[in-house]
Design a protein around this ligand. Structure first.
Ligand code: NDP
Ligand code: 8X3
Length: 250
């Protein structure tokens, strides 16, 4: 049987990178997307050019998204799994002192970027009457927390879109699922705190956070269920985390 093709956005780091590796290990071919081309090349070196096809674009740039995804080589076009993972938090500040560029980044990447990529891939899925979209939301899309404001809003939007997409696409044979992680140790906090590694590391001190691999394994399980099964929504937390802000730190 032909290998299925998955497109993973944000495959240069963290959850996306781990998911690309996991899916290749499970027999998928992976179109790996991100902006840092050297990291995409590393993934190709690691997993093989028959298994990974790198595509470089900024999800905010809808022309670039369109150009990259409409020019996939024919043997990489039949995308059956889309993991909408690219995203980040930028800043952690009360709404009254939020930075407009940070707000734009979060809404443009986490919400509009997800939409631009989805828009390009849906015609392929609908034509083939086969597809599974996994949107990476967050516990921040389930609960607002202090200073999380716009990041939370972007992830609440991912939650709403996931539900709405599932309703619209159920008639097209396309499954839509949402994975909502709690604290996962990746480059996420380094980006949120603009390169302050010490502050980023402190987020994960005193408890055992999730790893990107934990999320990748879950995604690998979800996309290999039988055709009639859709694991629609999962909240996945470290054992030490009970809510967005309650973490049993020692
Ligand atoms: P990382 O910072 O490790 O990875 C983020 C990925 O997103 C990178 O591959 C980055 O690639 C990509 N990305 C960011 N901006 C853009 C852009 N403008 N265009 C294209 N790609 C972009 O963080 P995580 O792996 O933790 O985050 C992945 C997802 O998981 C995000 O949606 C995040 O909100 C979500 N999440 C994370 C949690 C955590 O605790 N870590 C918890 C809950 C949800 P590049 O820079 O090369 O473009
Ligand atoms: C990332 C987890 O709690 O920092 O979405 O918002 S949190």
């Amino acid at each position: 049987m032909a290998q299925k093709i998955a497109l993973v956005t944000g495959a240069t780091s963290g959850i996306g990178r781990a998911t690309a590796i996991q899916l290749v290990q499970q027999g998928f071919k992976v179109v790996a997307a991100g902006r840092r081309s050297e990291r995409l090349q590393e993934l190709v070196q690691e997993l093989g050019q028959d298994q990974v096809f790198p595509v470089e674009f900024d999800v905010r740039d809808r022309d670039a998204v369109h150009a990259a995804l409409t020019s996939l080589p024919p043997e990489w076009r039949a995308v059956e799994v889309l993991v909408n993972n690219a995203g980040n938090a930028h800043g952690l500040a009360p709404i009254q002192s939020g930075d407009l560029d940070d707000w734009d980044a979060m809404l443009d990447i986490n919400v509009k970027g997800l939409l631009y990529v989805t828009k390009e891939i849906l015609p392929i899925m609908i034509e083939r009457k086969a597809g599974h979209i996994i949107n990476i939301g967050s516990i921040a899309g389930k609960e607002a927390y202090a200073n999380g404001n716009v990041y939370c809003a972007s992830k609440f939007a991912v939650d709403a879109l996931s539900k709405a997409m599932r309703i619209d696409l159920v008639h097209e044979g396309v499954k839509v699922s949402e994975v909502n992680p709690g604290a996962v140790e990746t480059e996420f906090s380094e980006v949120r705190f603009k390169g302050d590694k010490e502050r980023a590391a402190s987020v994960y001190q005193g408890f055992e956070p999730l790893t990107a691999h934990d999320i990748a394994e879950l995604i690998g399980f979800m996309v290999t269920r039988p055709r009639h099964v859709n694991i629609a929504e999962v909240l996945i937390l470290p054992a030490a985390q009970a809510s967005a802000t309650v973490i049993n730190k020692r």
